[in-house]
Design a protein around this ligand. Sequence first.
Ligand code: HEC
Length: 265
Amino acid sequence: MVEIPDYLLERSREARARFQGTSVEPSEQSTAVVESSAGSEENVPAVSETPEAEIEKVEPPKPLAPWVEAAKNRKKIPVWMAPVALFLPIWAFMIWGTLEEPTSNEVGPIAAGGEIYSQCSACHGAGGGGGVGYQLNEGEVLKTFPDVESHIAWVVNGSSASGTPYGNPEREGGQRISQDQGVMPGFASLGSLQILEVVLYERVTHGLQDPESLEAYVIWAESGALPVWESGISPQSIASSFAEFLETNPEAEMLYEETLEEAAG
Ligand code: HEC
């Protein structure tokens, strides 16, 4: 005979009683236990007490509310999404940065001029701080050459005959006199584009000129339409070439006129 544990018998009796709406009498319960375990009399007192406590625990599972059900069954966001979501704004920010058009400081003629300046740095210092040649940085070069054309002409020609004044006559500290400082060679052999580039570079990097005010010259450099500048060229000749170019390029002309208006205040 298979022995059914007393507590199981008790539980089923309890369930049946609950179903029929009657209650299990404690007396009935103990007799039932005695009956089922008829062979082993020592068992009776031991098991008769415990079942009550265990029966209490049996409770039917509560039905889940439909919204709880829906929440449990819905697709979950994978765990690895957490770091992805965390870095998303950073990536977005980085990508945004690459979308912006680079300024002419990073690419284009002004940056290209930085390469050419390596031919000047032996005398003027890597940062334009001066040496054999004058200091150019901290705005110095603009004090000597307020206009682009005189600056270009100087670099093409180099030093004038000893004692010849050059640059702005009203320069603070007095006008420059050629060969007071030494002799600078002319750089006509560099080519017009390279000379314009290094001049734009010096004006922005050393002269601290706003690159926006040089946009028209940047367009001129990029146009591929620069004249050849040979040794002996004058600032006036360069200025008239530039004026001719502006007539062919309305965008550059507009930018240049804006610059003049801003300078006039
Ligand atoms: C061998 C040395 C030497 C080199 C190389 C040299 N310079 Fe000069 N630079 C000088 C000297 C010296 C002067 C002053 C010349 C004078 O007084 O006649 C000068 C003057 C200048 C001035 C005028 C500064 C002022 O305030 O008077 C500019 C601008 C200039 N150089 C630009 C350049 C550029 C651009 C390059 C390179 C393409 C260059 N220099 C290469 C020696 C040099």
